[in-house]
Design a protein around this ligand. Sequence first.
Ligand SMILES: *Cc1c(COP(=O)(O)O)cnc(C)c1O
Length: 358
Amino acid sequence: MQQSGRSVNLVRELYRQGPSYVFAKKPGEIAEEFGFSQVARLASNENPFGPSSFAINEINKAIDTINRYPDTTQPDLIHALEKFHGKYSFVTGAGMDGVIETCIRAIVNPGDKVAISTPTFSFYGLATAAQGGTIENVPRNAEFSVDISSFISSARDAKISFLCTPNNPSGTVTPVSDIEEILRDINGILFLDNAYVEFSAEEYRPLMNDYENLIIGRTMSKVFGLAGCRVGYAFVPGWFRQIYEKAATPFALNNLSAAAATGALQDQEFLDKTISFVKKWRDIFTREAGRQVLSSGANFVMVDVSPFTGDEAADYFAQNGVLVRSCRSFPGLEDHYIRVCIGEEWENTRFLEVLRKI
Ligand SMILES: *Cc1c(COP(=O)(O)O)cnc(C)c1O
C-alpha cells in the first residue's frame, strides 16, 4: 500500500476534513458482536417486503442488454412514470441523491446561496458544499413544522432551497397550502423532497402545473423497495429538463436499475400492501411506545428517548438485536431522539419490547 504523503494535500480540504454522509451500522457486525442470528433492521427506512416480483422479472428481461450503454432518454421508465403519475416532465438519476446532486450542479455557482429547512436529510448540505455553495440553514419550529415566514425570508434570494416533506427525520408533513405560499414568494427554485410522500395523504404533484420554479424529488428506494438499485427521479418544469440532462453524469442510470424501476411502478398491489402495513404499524408504534412519538407521514417515526442521547439509545437497541438510527448527526436537533422505520412484524414487535425496557 502506498503511504499518503504530500499528494493528499492536492485534495480539496472539504474532503480531507469536512463532514461525510452517516451510514447506518451494518447488521452483520451487530449480529456478530452481540451474538444474534437475526437483527431487526429498522435504521434505513427500507421496504421490509423486499423487491416486487415485477421488478425482478424486468431485471431478468434486461440482463442480456448489459453489454450496451443505456438509452439516456430511458423511454420505458419514462413511459411507466407517465402511466403512474400522468403527463409531467421527468428526469431520472442514480437515486434521488443523484438527482439532488445534478440539480445543484446545474444551478449553484460557488458562493451562491442555498437555503435548507432543518433539521433534515444531510445530503442537501453535502452536495451544496461540494459545489462551493453557501448554506443557509432555516430552523423549523419547536414541534418541527416549517416556520414559513422565516423560510421564505431565507429562500427568497437563494438560488435553490430544500424542503423535505414528509421530513426526514421528524416525519413532519408540510401542508400543500404552505408550499404554495412559499412558491408565490420566492425568486429561486424550491426542491421539494418527497422521498416518503407515498406514506402520507398529502398531494403535491398538481403544483407542477402552476409553478415553474418547483422540482419534486422522488425515489424508488423506499416504498418501491429498490434501495439497492439506486433509482431516483424528479418532476421538473419543462424548461429545466434539457439543462438537467446537460449537467447529469452520462448514463447515470444503468439498464438493470431502470428495468427494475419500470417493473416496480406497475405493481400497485405491492404498493398498497406496503402502505397499509406501514400505516397500521405507525399507529401501533405511536400508541404503544410509552414515549413521545412525533406525528409522521413517512414509513418511520422519530421517538424521544430522553434522558438518553440518541447514541445511547441506539447502542442499547443494537445490544438487543435491533438497529435503529440515532438522530445525533442531524444538525439543529437536540440529542435525545432515535428514528425507527416500520419493518417486518417480528422486527416491529422486537423494537417495542426493547423500547419498553430501555
Ligand atoms: C432516502 C432519501 C433520499 C434518497 O434516496 P435515494 O436512495 O438516493 O433515492 C432522499 N431524500 C430523503 C429525505 C431520503 O430519506
